[in-house]
Design a protein around this ligand. Structure first.
Ligand code: PYC
Length: 312
């Protein structure tokens, strides 16, 4: 029986499952290289942690690995029901809350290495967390796709630690009651991008779709709905998605260096994202809170026909 020690949390409603021990040994080297080893040699571990019967389509896994550089606090590889993420904003907030819960870190600054770059996290004394994201940028604007059943949709392509297509407006209000039509609409956009071979500037799939509309509360600037790669929607306002949004707003001159964007997600929870430039890079600072929901061991029984999880 293999035992895998995990801590579960949610950040603004979106779950994170941090794997603290019992995961595969990915050796040493950059986190980017260790992600390649994870994907090639241990993908069954990803599936078994986040897919049913242990997980669900909404869960983002976070495998904690020793960092490449001695001064960093940890390395992390994020994954979900469909594969691997570059960065994950809500997941990093969940990771920091988890390391605080287990007593491994105290309030202050912590350097976390991810496959797409190093991020700086700050655990505040009151328990919330800020994360200085990797460098973010808009790479295309005014991209028009013909979406069967919906007509032409225009949006931007931006990198926020993952690739996003971002557009304004939707065929219905951005409310929880409309999750089904919003999921259908954003899946149709993603299929149209694939069909048109529209990718990120590095040729990677644009696997997150973010649509925006008016906020429910006047103190926020916008509400979003974000489709994740595995077909689930982000329950949080999506840290990397809001970073991509901030990159678009800055490129349009609608947000200035140092300004804060309050992004509401589909549950009404909020991330505050500050548009910070560091040198000539845009490194948005995402602020939010996570709550621990569980801690324990996952058990992997080799006789179990579903030991590697079930893809619905
Ligand atoms: O918060 O960056 C994020 C995120 C990505 C996918 C789900 N959440």
């Amino acid at each position: 029986m293999q035992r895998v020690h995990v801590v579960d949390s949610h950040t603004a409603g979106e779950p994170t499952r941090v794997v603290l021990s019992g995961g595969p040994d990915l050796g040493t080297g950059s986190i980017e290289h260790r992600l390649l080893r994870f994907r090639e040699l241990h993908d069954e571990f990803r599936r078994s942690v986040v897919q049913e019967p242990r997980g669900s389509g909404a869960v983002v896994g976070a495998l904690v690995v020793p960092p490449d550089r001695p001064k960093s606090t940890a390395g992390v590889i994020f994954f979900n029901n469909a594969g691997y993420l570059g960065m994950c904003g809500h997941g990093t907030i969940g990771l920091v809350a988890t390391l605080a819960h287990t007593g491994q870190i105290r309030p202050g600054r912590h350097t976390i290495e991810t496959p797409v770059g190093t991020v700086e996290a700050e655990l505040h004394a009151v328990g919330d967390v800020s994360v200085r994201n990797v460098a973010c940028r808009r790479t295309r604007t005014g991209v028009e796709v013909e979406v069967p059943g919906y007509g032409p949709v225009v949006g931007d392509i931006a990198w926020g630690g993952n690739w996003f297509f971002l557009s304004e407006g939707a065929p219905c209000d951005l409310t929880l009651a409309n999750v089904e039509p919003l999921t259908a609409y954003t899946k149709a956009i993603r299929a149209a991008l694939d069909w048109g071979r529209i990718t990120g500037s590095d040729g990677a799939t644009v696997d997150h779709i973010e649509i925006s509309g008016p906020p429910a509360r006047a103190e926020n600037q916008s509400r979003n709905f974000v489709l994740c790669p595995g077909g689930e929607y982000d329950r949080s306002p999506c840290g990397t998605g809001t970073s991509a949004k901030v990159a678009c707003l800055m490129a349009d001159g609608r947000l200035r260096d140092g300004q804060v964007w309050r992004q509401e997600g589909i549950l009404g929870t909020v991330f505050e994202v500050r548009a910070d430039r560091v040198g000539d890079e845009l490194r948005p600072r995402i602020r939010g809170s996570a709550y621990i929901t569980g801690e324990g061991d996952l058990l992997f029984d080799s006789r179990d026909p579903f030991v590697e999880g079930v893809a619905p």
